[in-house]
Design a protein around this ligand. Structure first.
Ligand code: FAD
Length: 423
């Protein structure tokens, strides 16, 4: 990370912030806060962060590195929702079909990944399964192939490197790929993959070491912003901070937000459920990501192979639907034959944080020190480095390291017409 220039806002360590004072309710009962991460009752903190997924925890890490006192709150466990469910593709090539600010933001975030991972590994000592594996997009009929080629031309022009691969060369690149009837394929050389669980382990360790107070099983019930402070309510307890980041993924807009007591609306977050299927294959048996239509296969370094996915708007229904699993298995087996004879070792669901229009929302609530960082939908893992740097730099008053004016301090991001590309 470049050395930050002189900050406009130099956070002062809070008095008592190193103390372990038990967080108590008024009647004396302790809250659900982790005993090693307790808060000083009534103290004000530099930044409160609501939601400890990849987005919230990466912001917490960067802010704590700059000396801020940070409280990171989660309704469940650290990284326990979308962030630990995701497939881990870092693949603008499969997502952005038109030039747009969102596409540029994703391309920039992908470019930040190698340094982001290096820094996390170096500082935490946690090894992260991150690989510049490339991705192959397959077409089994001429219509699809023509559409893919046209898409490739557009993508090359706005900065996504892609070229055509001859079907006969594919078996050497991806043994096991079904080449029968294959019409053509695009190769996205810069697409990469990461194991989200490794990122979360590393961030957890760095947040702990950086003195971030992590409150798990602590659902924030409401947020009230005044001009110079923000107060959250958790189980009859109030915690006050100078700034707040709302990064509660699919749940973000469900948390009542007010400005000096007056209810304030923010873009509606929408859970988009996805099913995933995991298989254990020999390590190294599949290098690139394989994609065909809405289905994909991506392998971790240890051979664990993730196949996805479905997109369902059905609220927060956590049940695994065997019909969806069956569909995914049939689809991925049709283009990656090793899966046709394998039984899955794991099936799971997660909630992509969608919003009512295309996202993400990375913005400041006007007239407050509340920052919104949610709605990353299918690309939150990819967009973590860029989002974390953008939001933390903005809070600290550092100049932006991200090109373009993605974060607008006076509104909720871009209009629908400006947000294009995410399929
Ligand atoms: C099936 C599937 C596949 C995916 N594949 C990819 C992929 O290949 N590549 C990619 O880039 N992205 C992928 N994603 C998307 C990615 O996982 C998400 O965009 C990203 O994890 C969002 O991170 P987040 O921190 O915003 O949200 P989350 O990880 O959902 O974190 C939000 C946190 O807020 C907490 N919270 C909720 N309510 C409250 C409250 N009231 N108080 C306090 N805390 C609260 C939750 O408990 C949760 O831990 C996938 C997602 C799914 C579901």
């Amino acid at each position: 990370m470049p050395v930050p220039p002189k900050a406009k806002f130099r956070p002062q360590p809070m008095k008592g912030s190193k103390c372990a004072i038990k967080l108590m309710e008024k009647n004396g009962k302790s809250l659900t806060a982790d005993a090693s991460n307790v808060l000083e009752l009534g103290a004000s903190h530099d930044v409160l962060i609501v939601g400890a997924g990849l987005i919230g925890s990466a912001i917490a890490w960067l802010l704590s590195k700059s000396g801020c006192s940070v409280v990171l709150m989660d309704a469940g466990t650290f990284g326990g929702e979308a962030s630990s469910s995701g497939a881990g593709m870092l693949a603008p090539g499969g997502e952005y079909r038109e030039p747009s600010p969102a596409a540029q933001f994703a391309i920039e975030s992908l470019a930040m990944y190698p340094a982001f991972v290096r820094q996390l590994e170096k500082e935490s000592g946690v090894s992260i399964d991150y690989r510049n594996c490339g991705a192959i997009e397959l077409a089994y009929d001429s219509e699809h192939w023509h559409a893919l080629q046209a898409r490739g031309v557009v993508q090359r022009n706005f900065g996504i490197p892609v070229h055509s691969l001859c079907p006969s060369s594919l078996n050497a690149v991806a043994p096991g790929l079904n080449s029968e009837g294959l019409f053509g394929a695009l190769y996205y050389a810069k697409d990469a993959c990461v194991a989200p669980a490794d990122l979360l382990r590393s961030l957890r360790s760095l947040c702990d070491r950086g003195g971030v107070k992590i409150l798990e099983n602590s659902p924030v019930e409401s947020i009230d912003a005044e001009h110079d402070r923000v107060t959250v309510r958790i189980a009859k307890q109030q915690i006050t901070g100078r700034n707040l980041v709302l990064s509660a993924g699919s749940w973000s807009s469900l948390i009542p937000l007010s400005r000096s007591g007056a209810p304030t609306s923010i873009p509606t977050s929408v859970p988009v459920k996805g099913h995933l299927v995991g298989y254990q294959l020999p390590p190294g048996s599949l290098r690139p990501i394989l994609r065909h239509g809405h289905h994909y296969v991506v392998q971790r370094r240890n051979g664990f192979t993730v196949a996805g996915s479905s997109e369902e708007t059905c609220g927060f229904n956590r049940s695994v639907n065997l019909e969806r699993i069956h569909e995914i298995r049939a689809e991925v087996s049709s283009f990656y034959t090793p899966l046709s004879t394998k039984e899955p070792t794991r099936e799971w669901v997660g909630f992509r944080p969608g919003i009512e229009h295309q996202g993400p929302v990375i913005s400041r609530v006007p007239g407050t020190k509340v920052w919104l960082a949610y709605g990353h939908y299918r690309n939150g893992i990819l967009l973590t480095p860029a989002t974390a740097h953008l939001v933390s730099d903005e809070i600290l008053g550092y100049p932006k390291q991200i090109a373009g004016d993605w974060l607008r301090p006076d509104g909720y991001g871009r209009s629908r017409e400006q947000r294009v590309g995410m399929s």
